[in-house]
Design a protein around this ligand. Sequence first.
Ligand SMILES: CC(C)(COP(=O)(O)OP(=O)(O)OC[C@H]1O[C@@H](n2cnc3c(N)ncnc32)[C@H](O)[C@@H]1OP(=O)(O)O)[C@@H](O)C(=O)NCCC(=O)NCCS
Length: 202
Amino acid sequence: MLFSSAWWFCGKVIAEPKQLFGLAFKMLEGKNVNLRVVEKEDLPLVAEWLNKLDFFGEYNPLMQMSKADLQKMYDNLSPDERWFFIEKKDGSKVGNIGHRPVGKAQEIGYAVLLSERKKGYCSEAVMIMVDYLFLSKDIVRVQAHTDVRNEGSQKVLGKAGFKKEGVVRKDAFLWGEWRDGCLYSILREEWKEPKILIKTHS
Ligand SMILES: CC(C)(COP(=O)(O)OP(=O)(O)OC[C@H]1O[C@@H](n2cnc3c(N)ncnc32)[C@H](O)[C@@H]1OP(=O)(O)O)[C@@H](O)C(=O)NCCC(=O)NCCS
């Protein structure tokens, strides 16, 4: 069901966000991709992706996870933490994106299937997520960490309006060594208004 009150169009908010996001929904709709909440029955696919070496790639921790580990993580997600699939308009899943609270901010993370990269999907997914987080939560910043060498991820963040705050020394243990990362953020006053989120579906 589409919530008729839940519309943004041409960058204008036509619905009161608090009213809108008090309702349950499963899909955030953008122009070329949608974000769909990961359900319990989707976990086998998530496990398959997580265990693919080329999915998270060389700039993320090496992670092998059993279905039981993943189920436990999923069951322990806080109300302020969600995983979404990035879906094309035909419903095919091309990646995932998630958010979690860090202090009083929200932090995002994302990955796109190797065969679907460099088509603009992640940039749009990040913009939808930023719209959603600022519309639904009383937060002043959204942030992301990325390896200093991860040019693709830094371009995605730049396109979505994030600014580089600085280098975080020995930020993550990646593939046998401690690597420096970059911290990026976008503040509510820099975001100003929804850029891409069009509507939500239950
Ligand atoms: C980083 C990642 C998510 C980017 O996804 P994507 O869907 O390819 O990103 P987009 O298509 O929106 O690309 C945005 C821009 O970055 C560029 N770009 C993407 N990957 C790039 C790369 N590896 N090197 C240089 N530029 C790259 C694109 O060409 C595009 O530039 P343009 O707007 O000038 O054309 C994807 O490469 C990925 O999943 N990597 C492995 C997981 C990962 O590193 N996640 C981030 C953890 S912080």
